[in-house]
Design a protein. Structure first.
Length: 55
């Protein structure tokens, strides 16, 4: 029977935190891009809405 390293998939707390933080930042970046695209495509509606209150 071959040797099995039982700890090969072990991640330290710092490694898990670093992985999770990177995933969160990438997700947040794409959410920001999606909101930016929505704002760009609806810019006339947004501008009209703001004009009713501030001009």
């Amino acid at each position: 029977m071959a040797y099995q390293n039982r700890k090969r998939n072990f991640k330290t707390v710092q490694e898990r935190y670093k992985r999770d933080r990177r995933n969160f930042k990438v997700t947040l970046f794409f959410v920001f891009l999606a909101l930016l695209a929505l704002a760009f495509f609806n810019r006339h509606s947004i501008w009209d809405y703001l004009r009713t209150y501030f001009m």
